[in-house]
Design a protein around this ligand. Structure first.
Ligand SMILES: *[C@@H]1O[C@H](CO)[C@@H](O)[C@H](O)[C@H]1NC(C)=O
Length: 228
C-alpha cells in the first residue's frame, strides 16, 4: 500500500510542469515555484527574468496591470499564493524593498513610496492615516495602532481650526477628525471653537468668497483624496 501512495503523490507533483513561454501568445510564462521570477521567449529562446526587487510577476492573473515590466506590488492580488520569493529584500533608507510603499517610522499620517530604492515622503490628508495593510490612506478607525489622529490629541471630542479657514473646521469624534463646514451665515470662531455669528477676531461677515491661496490648495487636495 505504501509504495502505491508515494507513487500517487509523485505523479501529482510532476503533473504541474513549468510552462514554456514560447508556447504562449504573450511569450511570457510564470515560474511555478517563485512569484518574483518569470520566463520570456526572446528570439525563440527561453530567458529567465526576475522582477525588480519588491515586485512580483503579474502575468498569470487575468486583467492585472503591471507596474514595471511584467511585475506589480505583491499585495495588489494573489500573485504569490502557494509560491515563494526567489530573492531577498534589498533595503535602503526608508525602503524595506527597492520598490514598494512603506509606513513612516514616526508618523501615522505619512508614508514612503520607494522606486528603485529612492524614497519619497507622502502625506495622508483630510484626516486620513496610512494603513499598512492596504498601503493607502484610510479612515482612522480602519488603521490599527494609529486610531487617534494627532489633530484630536488635545480633545478627542473637540473642534480644531482648519488653517486660516473661516467656515471649515475639524470636528473630533472619539479621536477621529471629520471635516465640517459652518452653516452658511456663520463663521468658525477659534476662541470658542464653535460656529458663531460674524464678525470674530479673524473673520468678518460675510465669509470671504475667495479663499486664501493655502486654503484653496488644501481643498483641492482634499477632493483628490476623496475621489481615490
Ligand atoms: C536603480 O538604481 C541603480 C543604482 O542605485 C542603478 O544602477 C540602476 O540603473 C537603477 N535602475 C533603474 C531601473 O532605474
Amino acid at each position: 500500500m505504501k509504495p502505491f501512495i508515494c507513487l500517487f503523490f509523485a505523479t501529482i507533483a510532476f503533473a504541474q510542469e513549468q510552462p514554456d513561454p514560447c508556447q504562449s501568445k504573450r511569450k511570457v510564462a510564470e515560474d511555478i515555484k517563485y512569484c518574483d521570477r518569470y520566463y520570456k521567449c526572446v528570439g525563440g529562446a527561453v530567458v529567465s527574468k526576475d522582477c525588480p526587487n519588491g515586485l512580483v510577476f503579474t502575468g498569470s492573473i487575468k486583467g492585472a496591470k503591471s507596474l514595471v515590466d511584467e511585475c506589480d506590488y505583491p499585495w495588489r492580488d494573489d500573485y504569490c499564493e502557494g509560491k515563494q520569493l526567489a530573492n531577498p529584500p534589498i533595503s535602503t533608507e526608508h525602503c524595506d524593498w527597492l520598490y514598494g510603499i512603506f509606513g513612516h517610522e514616526s508618523s501615522c499620517t505619512r508614508y514612503w513610496t520607494c522606486w528603485n530604492g529612492t524614497a519619497t515622503e507622502q502625506f495622508c490628508i483630510g484626516g486620513l492615516l496610512y494603513n499598512e495593510d492596504t498601503h493607502a490612506c484610510d479612515w482612522p478607525q480602519n488603521v490599527e495602532g494609529c486610531q487617534k489622529h494627532p489633530l484630536c490629541r488635545e480633545d478627542p471630542n473637540g473642534n480644531v481650526p482648519l488653517g486660516k479657514s473661516c467656515n471649515r473646521y475639524w470636528s473630533c469624534q472619539g479621536g477621529y477628525p471629520r471635516l465640517q463646514r459652518c452653516p452658511a451665515t456663520l463663521v468658525f470662531d477659534r476662541e470658542t471653537l464653535r460656529c458663531v455669528n460674524p464678525p470674530t477676531a479673524d473673520c468678518e461677515a460675510p465669509p470671504p468668497t475667495t479663499a486664501a491661496p493655502e486654503e484653496e490648495e488644501f481643498e483641492e487636495e482634499e477632493e483628490e483624496e476623496e475621489e481615490n
